[in-house]
Design a protein around this ligand. Sequence first.
Ligand code: HEC
Ligand code: HEC
Ligand code: HEC
Ligand code: HEC
Length: 154
Amino acid sequence: MDHARHVFRIVLLVAIILAVVLLARGFLVPKSYGLYGRYRGASVAEQMNLRPPMHAGAAACADCHEDQAKKRTAGAHKNVSCEICHGPLGAHVKADGSVVKPPIDRSFTLCARCHRKIEGRPAKFPQVVLDQHVNGPVEGKVCLQCHDPHSPKP
Ligand code: HEC
Ligand code: HEC
Ligand code: HEC
Ligand code: HEC
């Protein structure tokens, strides 16, 4: 009979510890924990609001630059987003509607970054050996003499 009392005490102790742990957990674990996974779900929205979105995609440019947008979707650069060459919309059109001129890189280095012949590039990707392709010095705006950046096929 004595043994039964010992066992009862231990079971009671374990039950009390369990109750305290569960109660403390209820208070300490943030509400949104586990909403999406093993982290605080609300932190997603917090991080999102910390920095306003900068990039908006090519469709957002079409609202104000119909000509360039039409040319681009009809041409070889249809998959090259405007923001790759001109930077993000957020830096150009501010939240209050004011407009800051975006960068325009007219130098051959812009085009060379993607089209300079490099052995490691897929053979099918259009590439040129710069000084063989251009008759004359490879400098300044030379690529724009023959190519329109928004519809580059000559
Ligand atoms: C709300 C309208 C609006 C949207 C949307 C917009 N722009 Fe503009 N953009 C303008 C205005 C206005 C100017 C003329 C600014 C000036 O001349 O000072 C301009 C000028 C430009 C210029 C020429 C700058 C120069 O030096 O002449 C480029 C390049 C340009 N925008 C690119 C873009 C790209 C890329 C996007 C999309 C990411 C975009 N714009 C979205 C209104 C817009
Ligand atoms: C491959 C890079 C590239 C892409 C992609 C690109 N642009 Fe441009 N953009 C240029 C360059 C380079 C110039 C300067 C052209 C010149 O001076 O002849 C320019 C000029 C402009 C201008 C000034 C007016 C003009 O036509 O010269 C505007 C506005 C503009 N771009 C908007 C856009 C918009 C909107 C998109 C997407 C629909 C876009 N660009 C995509 C490289 C690019
Ligand atoms: C961010 C990378 C990038 C930049 C910068 C870029 N291009 Fe392109 N260009 C592409 C892609 C991607 C294609 C489509 C390739 C395909 O169809 O497989 C392309 C296609 C072309 C084509 C058509 C090739 C063909 O025969 O189909 C020409 C010409 C061209 N670009 C010239 C230029 C010039 C000139 C510049 C600079 C004003 C430039 N590109 C800047 C990525 C780029
Ligand atoms: C004197 C005019 C001229 C200049 C300058 C020029 N191009 Fe071209 N480019 C052409 C012509 C014409 C073609 C199409 C015929 C061909 O493939 O050679 C072409 C084709 C291309 C192609 C497609 C090649 C392919 O395999 O499909 C790319 C990429 C290109 N040019 C990039 C550039 C770059 C980058 C510059 C600047 C460094 C430049 N071009 C300067 C005339 C020019």
